[in-house]
Design a protein around this ligand. Structure first.
Ligand SMILES: [Zn+2]
Ligand SMILES: [Zn+2]
Length: 341
């Protein structure tokens, strides 16, 4: 089984944080945090449809300009989510440039920005042709922890204390549909764009008794059409398995409350990306800066029973000591004597 998402950090663990999550079957990606983005090619950046920002400390938000630069002049819609005060920060960035020529563009870029509050989500729209001035009406919705819900996956958020409110994110795939080639052969079907429609029908949980039409196109002309019952076709050509869960947690103080929330958000993740800014011998420094130690990161990964974890956001004071950070977290993850609390 090939996973649908292939997350990777945007930089090495000593550089700005960020997680790039491309989709396997679509030219599309999600981005958690907007630190320095030089590690991503323009081609990769253009796949991004939704950006989730934990907080607007510079190392998590300086990439906004890079992303905007790449998207400018294109017909695209970019969604950005961030914590309280996010509008002010986005608008501050946009106010930093002169937009007197953009109304002449033939294309349009739209930013849909959502500011998350504990109980509500506010959305404002900024259109390039309008010089990115916010459209007057702001949409308010109740916030229940889910930032984005699509047929095949959702993104949820949790609040953490980083001296300021800071968001953590989890991407949960509903389930994974694997296509069985032998089943296709037996029915005389072949791989094509129709499979995307077929998977979509399953993700949307359409009635299994409903009709599904297989279409084969050549040069945009339909050359073959066959009718199936969705559930029967699924039984023959698809294997459904549990989806992936990817969690991203950074810039949180090592407090009991943050621990509890982090374990809940990361519970049973296939892959947890978690900060490990300090070594545990420097716990006082970690406390003062509202960050985790490597040992705490390993403990959270263990208590959340994650399958894999990746550490990042190492303090520059540990240059050449990355192995020590990894070792400390791994001892806590394995709960070996050296790593016991
Ligand atoms: Zn921070
Ligand atoms: Zn940071």
């Amino acid at each position: 089984m090939r996973p649908s998402f292939h997350p990777r950090l945007t930089n090495d663990p000593f550089s700005d944080p960020g997680l790039f999550i491309p989709f396997l079957f679509e030219k599309r990606a999600l981005l958690f945090d907007l630190g320095e983005l030089r590690g991503l090619s323009p081609r990769d950046l253009l796949k991004v449809t939704h950006v989730f920002v934990t907080h607007t400390h510079m190392d998590h938000f300086i990439g906004f300009d890079t992303l905007l630069r790449i998207f400018l002049g294109r017909d695209k819609e970019l969604h950005l989510f961030g914590p309280e005060g996010f509008f002010r920060h986005v608008e501050g960035k946009l106010a930093g440039y002169t937009w007197n020529l953009v109304h002449e563009y033939h294309t349009d870029l739209t930013l849909k920005v959502t500011e998350i509050h504990p109980d509500k989500a506010l959305t404002r729209v900024y259109v390039c042709k309008d010089r990115f001035r916010s459209r007057a009406n702001q949409v308010e919705e109740v916030f229940t922890g889910i930032l984005l819900r699509e047929p095949s996956f959702l993104v949820e958020a949790a609040w953490f204390d980083h001296r300021i409110p800071c968001l953590g994110f989890s991407l949960k795939e509903n389930f994974y549909v694997n296509i069985n080639k032998q089943g296709l052969n037996e029915l005389g079907l072949f791989v094509g764009p129709w499979l995307t429609q077929f998977k979509k029908a399953l993700y949307e949980e359409r009635d299994p008794k409903s009709e599904f039409i297989f279409t084969c196109e050549k040069e945009r002309t339909i050359i073959e059409e066959r009718k199936f019952i969705l559930g029967e076709l699924a039984q023959k050509i698809a294997t459904v398995s549990p989806g992936q869960k990817i969690t991203y947690i950074t810039d949180i103080a090592g407090t009991p409350k943050n621990f509890e929330k982090a374990i809940k958000l990361a519970k049973h993740s296939d892959h947890l990306f978690i900060e490990a800014a300090f070594l545990d011998c420097d716990r006082d420094a970690a406390r003062k800066k509202f960050h985790l130690t490597a040992k705490e990161a390993g403990e959270i990964a263990r208590l959340a029973r994650v399958k894999h974890y990746t550490l990042f956001h190492f303090s520059p004071r540990y240059d050449h000591m990355a192995q020590d950070i990894e070792k400390e977290a791994e001892e806590a993850f394995q709960n070996r004597p050296g790593g016991k609390p």
